[in-house]
Design a protein around this ligand. Structure first.
Ligand SMILES: Cc1cc2nc3c(=O)[nH]c(=O)nc-3n(C[C@H](O)[C@H](O)[C@H](O)COP(=O)(O)O)c2cc1C
Length: 175
C-alpha cells in the first residue's frame, strides 16, 4: 500500500478500553490505516526488530496512540522506542528520517486541567515534549498532537462518533 499510515497503539487493557477501542474500531476499514497493537506484539517484553522494521518501511506516516497513564504513554510504546527506534536511528540507514509522526492521546482529565492555571499545571503539549524531542532526534516530521479529554466510560455515542471523525481527518493530514 502506498499511503499507509501505521497506528502504533499502546494500550495494556484494550478489552476494557472505551475510547481508544472505539477510535480504532470505527476507523478499522479505512484503506490507509494499519493498526498495530504494541502490547500484543511483545514476547517476554521484547519486540521482533525485523518485523517492526518491515512494518515501518511500508509506512508513509506513523501515529503513536495511547491513553495517558501518569502523564506519559503506557510502557509498550516506551519499550518500542527503546528497542526499535534506537537501532534504526543510530544506524547508517535511518529510514525514519522525514517520516511524519503524530501523537493521538486520550486523557481522563478535562482540558481545563491541562493548563498553567489548572490542576495539572502544564499543557498537554508540554507533557508530550519528550515525544517531540524523540521525533526530532530521529529526524522525523512532528505534527501537533491530537488529544481527547475527559474520556470516561459514560461518553455519549454522539461524542465518540464526533471524535472518530476528527481522528480520521487528523490522521489523513499526515499524507
Ligand atoms: C494507570 C492509569 C493512569 C492514568 N493516568 C492519567 C493521567 O496521568 N492523566 C489523565 O488525564 N488521565 C489518566 N488516566 C485516565 C486514562 O487516561 C483514561 O482512562 C483513558 O485515556 C481512557 O481511554 P480508554 O477508554 O481507551 O482506556 C489514567 C488511567 C490509568 C488506568
Amino acid at each position: 500500500m502506498n499511503n499507509q499510515i501505521t497506528i502504533l497503539l499502546s494500550h495494556p487493557n484494550i478489552s476494557n478500553s472505551m475510547f481508544n477501542k472505539h477510535l480504532v474500531d470505527i476507523n478499522r476499514k479505512n484503506p490507509n490505516f494499519v493498526f498495530h497493537h504494541l502490547d500484543k506484539n511483545r514476547v517476554n517484553g521484547y519486540f521482533d526488530l525485523e518485523a517492526e522494521k518491515k512494518l515501518l518501511r511500508e509506512s508513509k506516516a506513523i501515529v503513536w496512540q495511547f491513553p495517558i497513564y501518569w502523564y506519559n504513554s503506557p510502557s509498550s510504546l516506551r519499550d518500542w522506542q527503546d528497542q526499535i527506534m534506537s537501532p534504526i536511528v543510530y544506524s547508517a540507514d535511518n529510514f525514519l528520517k522525514g517520516m511524519p509522526v503524530r501523537v493521538v492521546f486520550t486523557a481522563g482529565a478535562a482540558a481545563e486541567h491541562y493548563t498553567h492555571e489548572g490542576l495539572n499545571r502544564y499543557t498537554a503539549e508540554e507533557m508530550l515534549i519528550p515525544f517531540e524531542m524523540t521525533a526530532n532526534a530521529a529526524g522525523m516530521k512532528w505534527f501537533k498532537p491530537l488529544g481527547f479529554y475527559g474520556c470516561s466510560p459514560d461518553m455519549t455515542k454522539a461524542a465518540l462518533e464526533k471524535a472518530a471523525k476528527e481522528y480520521e481527518e487528523s490522521l489523513l493530514e499526515l499524507l
